[in-house]
Every structure is written in C-alpha cells, then in structure tokens.
Design a protein around this ligand. Structure first.
Ligand SMILES: C[S@@+](CC[C@H](N)C(=O)[O-])C[C@H]1O[C@@H](n2cnc3c(N)ncnc32)[C@H](O)[C@@H]1O
Length: 250
C-alpha cells in the first residue's frame, strides 16, 4: 500500500494549516459544482481527508462515501458534526473497492499528485471508471506544473514563505517528480516534513481518462467555471463515462 504522509501530527493540524482552503467561499463554490454534477446519485471522494468537502456536500443532500489511506485523517473527520452521514473506506484510492455505484467521483486539492507513479495514476482512473454508473463523471482539481517558473538549471522553487511556514518544491524534471519540503513552526520550533508527488499535465490526464473509457467534458481554472487559459495555475476538469446504450440496442 502507498505510504501514509498524513499521520497523527499532520492530521491534527490539517484544518488549521490550510485556512484558505477552508474559506467558506472556496468550499461553497466546490460544493455547488460537485452537487450539480452528482444530481440524485451518490458521490465518491478519493482522499476524503478530514471531510473539508465531503461534510458540506453531504449536508446538501448528496450521499457521500470516501476513501482515504490515513486512519488519522479519518478520525479527524469522524469527530466532526455532520460526519455521521458520510461513509469511509480506509485504503488506497488507486485500488480500493467500495460497494455501490456513483454518479460522481472527485479528487481535489492536488491529491492525484500523491500517486507518485504513472501506473498509479492510470490505475486510479480505471478504479474510478469501475465505480461510476454509466453517464457518471470524474472531477479532478489540480495545479498546473509550475515548470515555466523554474529557471534553467534550477531544481528548487519556494511556494510559500511566511514567518511560520516555509515551503520549497524540489523538482526532478527527468522523472516528472517533485518533493514538497515544508518547514513549519510546531511548539516554537521548525519541523520538516517532505512529501513526494508526481506532477501531471492536463493532456496526460485526458489520456488516462481515455484509457479508462471516459472523455473530457470540460476544463476550467476554478470551481466557478472561470475560463482555463495559458495563464491558469490550476484546473478543474470533468471527464464522463459513456451513458448506457438504450435497452434493446445491439
Ligand atoms: C491534501 S489532503 C486532501 C484532503 C481533502 N480531500 C481535502 O480537500 O481537504 C490528501 C488526502 O489524500 C489522502 N491520500 C493520499 N494518497 C492516497 C492514496 N493513495 N489513497 C488514499 N488516500 C490517499 C491523504 O491521506 C489525505 O487525507
């Protein structure tokens, strides 16, 4: 199974460490987008974490089930009001199976990059396709690889510099990998956490979707369907599984 980088300490501080992602305006726009796609069906969140999106989506009336590798993140979710309505399977979302079929599967906040091999990312799309009902869709929110900002010959780029959090991405361009190094103040001292990722371009994700029998329906630069352009730093993409052929057709 993949390694768990979201253990006890990380899980306890997760919500407060990314306050901008918990901003109600950010969460509401994601939930609006996802609820619209789920319709009357159920939703599957890959990497559900502490329930940042799953709990408000469930409160909107969508049945939500999640998969996560980290029992510690799931324990944080379970402690929250509103978690009663959310089911969780502990496992690797590239391979774990869940009962039932879903009208929507989603993978947000760059979490596709936590799968550090192409095989793992391809398997994830195939696993999603197997869980979707015909006509169901898969949504990914992920950053565009920031290679245009990496000067030739350099391998390290700062992504945050505040008095309490220093973050550097270390690129391995030949292997499409990066390691995010976080130096965060914990109890008055800097602690280091380094997490490996595989960055991935939109075109490669489209090909993975096609391998899994899904086609791109739309790509935007945010949850409010802002246009996706050459200047976009992230994308929200939707791929759809074909609808079932009408009964009686060959
Ligand atoms: C950045 S957090 C996102 C959590 C939540 N989706 C959110 O938006 O706040 C990534 C989550 O994905 C989980 N995760 C990472 N790789 C995974 C894998 N291969 N299988 C299942 N869960 C995984 C981590 O344990 C963590 O809870």
């Amino acid at each position: 199974m993949a390694e768990n980088y979201f253990g006890e300490g990380v899980a306890e501080r997760y919500d407060e460490s990314s306050p901008e992602m918990f901003d109600p305006a950010v969460v509401d726009s994601a939930v609006d987008f996802l609820a619209g796609l789920a319709g009357d069906g159920a939703a599957l969140e890959l990497g559900i974490g502490t329930g940042r999106i799953a709990i408000p989506l469930s409160r909107r009336g969508v049945r939500v089930h999640g998969i996560d590798l980290s029992p510690q993140m799931v324990a944080q979710l379970r402690a929250k009001p509103g978690a009663e309505g959310v089911g969780v399977t502990v496992g690797d979302f590239a391979t774990a199976t869940v009962e039932g079929r879903f009208s929507l599967a989603y993978l947000v906040f760059n979490t596709i990059n936590n799968l550090t091999t192409q095989d793992g990312q391809v398997a994830c799309f195939q696993n999603v396709a197997a869980h979707l009902e015909p006509g169901g869709c898969f949504v990914i929110e992920v950053g565009i690889p920031q290679l245009q900002r990496l000067p030739p010959g350099e391998t390290v780029r700062p992504f945050t510099v505040t008095p309490t959090h220093l973050g550097f991405d270390e690129y391995d361009v030949a292997n499409q990998g990066l390691i995010s190094h976080h130096y965060s103040v914990v109890d008055g001292r800097f602690e280091l956490m380094s997490v490996p990722f595989r960055y991935v371009w939109p075109a490669e994700l489209d090909l993975m979707a096609r391998l899994a029998g899904m086609t791109l329906e739309g790509r935007w630069s945010g949850w409010r369907r802002e246009p996706y352009t050459s200047d976009s730093t992230r994308h929200v993409s939707v791929w759809r599984k074909p609808a079932a052929p009408p009964q009686g057709s060959l």
